[in-house]
Design a protein around this ligand. Structure first.
Ligand code: COA
Length: 176
């Protein structure tokens, strides 16, 4: 497996992987799969901001999964708080791809200056909770009944991990 920074030419493969999880899973609360152009626009926003967007491919070049970190919420004081998102091709789940992508994303996020990474886990997805716990994330709360999809009320689980010393020191650049 190879993990590398994504480019906008990856958008159609990303859209295919994501569409399965939109249609059949509860990790994302989107109900309609976005097309490749919309995915490319979302990717550009992350990449242009200097945040990590990574793809994992096998030796033949087939995309196995992808992950990215973006600022948790838009307002400026959230500058040092990121949220990760990882989606693995459905027939490649449970093979260690998610773990490898999250490890690489955490290293890239620390290099990008993030001090906290949050996992916002739709549908309290057990595999995602296990992945983040195995990567050193702690539980940080739960929003009960925050989503509704496929005829079910969904809980959203928050987990978090500190990077770069967390709150022990101020950042290099101090926002107002
Ligand atoms: C959650 C997801 C990203 C995990 O990636 P993955 O490649 O399937 O997981 P990995 O094989 O790397 O396993 C990572 C850890 O989670 C555990 N795990 C994986 N799938 C699991 C499952 N279905 N149930 C319980 N634990 C599971 C593994 O045991 C492993 O722990 P370990 O390294 O201590 O053994 C992937 O299953 C996925 O794309 N799910 C749907 C979308 C989603 O939930 N994305 C997360 C949004 S933040």
């Amino acid at each position: 497996m190879m993990i590398a920074p994504a480019s906008l030419s990856d958008a159609s493969e990303v859209a295919q992987i994501y569409a399965h999880h939109v249609r059949h899973g509860t990790a994302t609360y989107e109900l309609d799969p976005p097309d490749a152009a919309e995915i490319a626009a979302r990717m550009a926003k992350v990449i242009d901001a200097g945040w990590p967007w990574l793809v994992a491919r096998d030796e033949a070049g087939t995309m196995l999964g992808y992950g990215y970190v973006a600022q948790f919420r838009d307002r400026a004081a959230y500058r040092y708080a990121g949220e990760d998102s990882i989606y693995i091709r459905n027939d490649c789940r449970g093979l260690g791809v998610g773990r490898a992508l999250l490890t690489a994303l955490l290293a890239a996020s620390e290099a990008a200056g993030f001090r906290q990474i949050y996992a916002v886990i739709g549908g309290a997805e057990p595999a995602s909770i296990a992945l983040h716990a195995a990567s050193g994330f702690d539980h940080a709360g739960i929003l009960r009944g925050s989503g509704r999809k496929a005829g079910r009320w969904l809980d959203t689980v928050f987990m978090q991990k500190s990077l770069g010393g967390g709150t022990a020191t101020p950042p290099d650049e101090e926002p107002r």
